[in-house]
Design a protein around this ligand. Structure first.
Ligand SMILES: *[C@@H]1O[C@H](CO)[C@@H](O)[C@H](O)[C@H]1NC(C)=O
Ligand SMILES: *[C@@H]1O[C@H](CO)[C@@H](O)[C@H](O)[C@H]1NC(C)=O
Ligand SMILES: *[C@@H]1O[C@H](CO)[C@@H](O)[C@H](O)[C@H]1NC(C)=O
Length: 444
């Protein structure tokens, strides 16, 4: 009986370790630039082909963008080809919801003569366009990229009859930028795996020597690693030592101390950028004392990680497509409190931008709801950063601490649900004690 039990548990642990071994994140090399450009341009073609349908969904006949070199519309960056580095001269894009006969639905001018306006007018006339969306929203960044001077120019050149047909429909820009075509997922997952691989190495004895390495050392190691891999990033990596001196304050609770010590609970906020995509991840690590193993992680920390994992599940299960971010926030906070714990929820769309287009599910300082952006509906076929923390009482420290996590999800159309792009943290990264140094000290 005992033997049987033993062999079963041995098998189980072998199986578990195999699964875990398979999940060690690897650095994913980017292809040569020429190949990267081809990959990105194929995605752009796929995205642009969705535009007519998008315009029909929001009941506008056309979508007009006009910009000058270095004064680009926000949408320009999601429309441009991989070999375009800025708008040139006057760059005008026009998309049509419905075309007559087999005319094109998409027009692009790069011109600095008045002809661009006469040609634009004739396309609009030929298609009997009665509403033209322009990105002149007052609140949503992704739909307010039309520069005010350029807006004046459009009105002046098109004249009062066309001016009457200009409309603002913020969801056109939001949905165009926020929609992640299926082809992107394979590379997004590789980016995410690379981000995990960098965090895994940064939060290990390969980079951290307790008593010597500072949090700043780790941040800059991450920056250099990103560079070595030919990736970039969209924000300075953040590395901190978690503390709990102010459990009810409004800012992340970290120590002022910079030098990492044994027994520290570490936190990072880290993202990478490549191929026009961005990631955003927050993980935690524990610094083992000499002689300690994984079994010595304080129970309170393990409980805290479980608690924040639970909060991730709650939020993910409430992310119903079509619901507003504010409703998802309210439902999730309520469910969290009903389950007897506290925390904060501040999730955002991610993709073309680190903080990309779509509804917001809370912000760090706005747990009652977010005006305008929180009232947008949740899109499908998009990526989100599930960003939050759970409070948990750590008996070993006699303190309530915040356990932070951030992990990217994508809409999995097969299961009609959100899925982790690479995975989520369920075990602490470990900075293991320097075995050989201990051996040397103890040796003859
Ligand atoms: C143009 O559209 C208007 C309605 O928007 C319609 O009344 C008119 O007949 C259309 N003209 C042509 C030439 O299609
Ligand atoms: C980074 O790019 C350089 C220059 O193209 C190349 O030689 C190197 O192999 C690349 N490194 C990685 C890790 O992809
Ligand atoms: C734990 O903290 C509370 C208040 O913060 C204090 O009253 C209590 O004495 C502490 N318990 C121990 C065992 O230190």
């Amino acid at each position: 009986m005992h033997l049987l039990k033993l062999s079963v548990s041995l098998l189980v642990s072998l199986a578990v370790s195999c699964v875990q071994a398979a999940r060690v994140p690897q650095y994913q090399q980017l292809p040569p630039l020429r190949e990267q450009a081809a990959i990105q341009d194929a995605w752009t073609v796929e995205r642009v082909s969705n535009v007519p349908q998008l315009l029909r969904k929001y009941e506008v006949d056309a979508w007009l963008m006009s910009q000058k070199e270095y004064a680009e519309d926000t949408v320009f960056w999601s429309l441009k080809s991989a070999t375009q580095f800025s708008a040139r001269r006057r760059t005008v894009d026009l998309f049509l919801a419905n075309t007559v006969e087999d005319a094109s639905f998409s027009y692009n001018w790069i011109d600095n003569t008045p002809e661009v306006w006469s040609e634009l007018r004739s396309v609009l006339e030929a298609h009997n366009v009665s509403s033209i969306a322009v990105n002149a929203d007052t609140d949503v960044a992704f739909s307010s990229g039309l520069h005010v001077g350029e807006f004046g120019k459009i009105v002046q050149e098109l004249g009062p009859e066309w001016e009457k047909k200009l409309v603002v429909e913020p969801m056109v820009g939001v949905e165009f930028i926020g929609t992640m075509v299926p082809g992107r997922l394979e590379w997004y997952r590789r980016l995410q795996e690379t981000a995990w691989a960098i965090i895994t190495e940064a939060f290990s004895e390969a980079v951290i020597e307790p008593g010597i390495t500072t949090t700043d050392d780790v941040r800059w190691w991450m920056r250099d690693k990103i560079q070595q891999l030919n990736y970039t990033t969209w924000f300075m990596p953040d590395v901190s030592i978690l503390n709990a001196e102010d459990p009810f304050g409004d800012h992340p609770m970290t120590t002022d101390r910079e030098v990492i010590q044994y027994g520290d609970l570490l936190h990072c906020d880290f993202g990478v950028t490549a191929l026009g995509l961005n990631t955003d991840t927050q993980h935690m690590a524990y610094v083992l004392y000499p002689g300690e193993s994984e079994d010595d992680i304080p129970e309170g920390y393990i409980g805290g990680l479980k608690q924040v994992n639970r909060l991730q599940d709650i939020v993910k299960s409430n992310m119903k497509v079509g619901t507003t971010g504010n409703d998802i926030l309210k439902t999730s906070l309520k469910q969290m409190r009903n389950e007897g714990f506290d925390g904060k929820i501040y999730c955002h769309p991610i993709g073309d931008w680190g903080h990309s287009a779509g509804t917001l599910i809370g912000m760090f300082n706005l747990q009652e709801g977010v005006e305008v952006l929180g009232d947008l509906p949740l899109l499908d076929n998009t990526y989100y950063s599930v960003e939050l923390y759970a409070e948990y009482f750590v008996a070993e420290r006699n303190q309530t601490m915040n356990f932070y996590q951030e992990e990217d999800v994508y809409w999995n159309d097969e299961i009609k649900d959100w899925d982790w792009v690479w995975g989520r943290q369920e075990k602490f990264h470990l900075v293991r004690p320097p075995v050989d140094r201990v051996f040397r000290v103890q040796g003859p």
